[in-house]
Design a protein around this ligand. Structure first.
Ligand code: GRF
Length: 203
C-alpha cells in the first residue's frame, strides 16, 4: 500500500515507520510521501535522507485553514496514497479534509484514548495518579484524538516519573505500536468500516 505521512516536527514516529517499511520482511506498505506544515521539521530531512519525496507547505502562507487543507489534499491526492498517517502533525484538519481521507487516515496519540485527549498528556496522567498510560493508533475523525481504535500499547507510570520520563517511555512504545498498527491496516488484517474496527481472520 502507498502511504503518506504528515509531520510537524522531530519525526521519530516517521523514522520508526520508515525503518519498518525498509527492513521488516514483507512489510505491506511503502512510504511514498512525507508532508509537513512546518518547513523546518527535522523529520523532513530524515525522509529526504531515506530517499522519500517530501513536501513542505507552510500553513502561515495560506489565508485560511480551508485553503491550507485544500492545497494539502490536492498534493496528497496526486501521490495516489492508499493510507495517510499523522505522526506528530500538530494542525487540526477541516471537515472537508477529514471526509476526503475517511477510514484511510490514521493518527497516533500518546495516551490510552479516549482518556487524556489533547496536549500536555503526560502531565495530566501523572496529576491524575494513573498507574498506567500508553499510546493509541486510531482512525481520524473531526473531533481531535477521536475515532475507531486500531491498536493500543500500555506502559507503567512509575512513582518518580516526571512528564519527561513518562513521555520517553510512551514514545518508545509508540515506535513499536505505529508500525504494527499500520501493518494491520495495510495488510487488510484490520479494516475500518463505518465507525467500527473489523478484524479479518485469514483462513
Ligand atoms: C508523539 O508523541 C505523538 O504521539 C504526538 O506527538 C509526538 C510526535 O513525536 N502526537 P515525533 O515527531 O514522532 O517524534
Amino acid at each position: 500500500k502507498r502511504v503518506g505521512v504528515l509531520i510537524s516536527g522531530r519525526g521519530s514516529n516517521l523514522h520508526a515507520l520508515i525503518e519498518a517499511c525498509q527492513y521488516e520482511p514483507d512489510y505491506p506498505a511503502e512510504i511514498v510521501l512525507v508532508a509537513s506544515n512546518n518547513p523546518d521539521a527535522a523529520g523532513l530531512q530524515k525522509a529526504a535522507d531515506s530517499g522519500i519525496p517530501t513536501l513542505a507547505l507552510d500553513h502561515r502562507t495560506f489565508d485560511s485553514r480551508e485553503a491550507f487543507d485544500e492545497a494539502l489534499d490536492r498534493n496528497l491526492k496526486k501521490a495516489e496514497l492508499d493510507i495517510l498517517c499523522n505522526a506528530g502533525f500538530m494542525r487540526l484538519h477541516t471537515e472537508g479534509f477529514v471526509k476526503s481521507w475517511w477510514n484511510r487516515h490514521l493518527n497516533i496519540h500518546p495516551s490510552l484514548l479516549p482518556a487524556f485527549k489533547g496536549l500536555h498528556t503526560h502531565e495530566r496522567v501523572i496529576e491524575a495518579g494513573m498507574t498506567v498510560s500508553g499510546c493509541t493508533v486510531h482512525a481520524v475523525r473531526l473531533e481531535m484524538d477521536s475515532g475507531p481504535i486500531v491498536d493500543q500499547a500500555v506502559v507503567p507510570v512509575l512513582n518518580n516519573d516526571t512528564p519527561d520520563t513518562l513521555a520517553a517511555r510512551v514514545l518508545d512504545a509508540e515506535h513499536l505500536l505505529y508500525p504494527h498498527a499500520l501493518k494491520l491496516v495495510a495488510s487488510g488484517a484490520v479494516t475500518i468500516e463505518d465507525d467500527k474496527i473489523v478484524v479479518n481472520h485469514s483462513e
